[in-house]
Unconditional design. Sequence first.
Length: 298
Amino acid sequence: MTRIVVVGSINMDLVTLSPRFPDPGETLTGDRFLTVPGGKGANQAVAAARLGANVSMVGCVGDDAFGKQLHEGLVAEGVDVAHVTRVEGVGSGTASITVAGGENSIVVVPGANGRVTPAQVEAARDIVRGADAVLVQLEIPLDAVEATLRVAQEEGVPVILNPAPAQRLPAEWLSRLRFLTPNQHELTTVLGAQGGTDFQELMRRAPCPVVLTRGEDGAWFREQGEAPRHQPGFKVEAVDSTGAGDTFNAALAVYLSEGLETAVRKACAAAAIAVSRLGAQAGMPRADEVDAFLASQS
């Protein structure tokens, strides 16, 4: 069984379904409201567990009602939470999400996610040592991200960094990665490049292998020294794109042992399934569903 460690955010998503996005100053009547577990870290952990991996989560929740629900939700999905800390006097992270026409807009309040520390990552060294891959994102403090890269490198474990929300990162950090998994905007920001630069040129400039997600166009990927290759997307009826990128990253990590090309194809399939369902974690597929979906496509 593939062993994955996820270091990242744990949020409660406050989801409003709306006929369209409101204009500034406008009040709309929505169709439905839900509270569902989310956060890029927790989403990736749940997606990897659904795909059959043995998953450990490193992160923080608050001592509020959301924190209790989030902790219990991860346990219910089979995620190891020994390194998930409940922070006293701090609220859990939240994401206010509006979904309209299959697209979404999101406002994130970090809450307890801002309390993830290098010391907490160091305390998880033993589980990192036994992992096949580490997944990390940028919804936690950057010193904790850097500690994750350092500990994983010292233990010889590959790291997949999903650079969202996007910000410029040191080249020295990028050089430690097994893969960087941005979209085009995120890659431009991470590299400090000019807007409008061809995405394949950006992929070549990166000091690490890149798997670039392109929505309906699928994904482009390259190992160092190779030309970018394309995995076309799968046509589905989009319902909710929330969590699709997290599903992609989790699948990439879980299936990487089967080779990069296969892992990217399965990641695109898993993300397509997620897009066709409502809810970030609720829409994440299981391994047999990915296999059945790919069989139907061929």
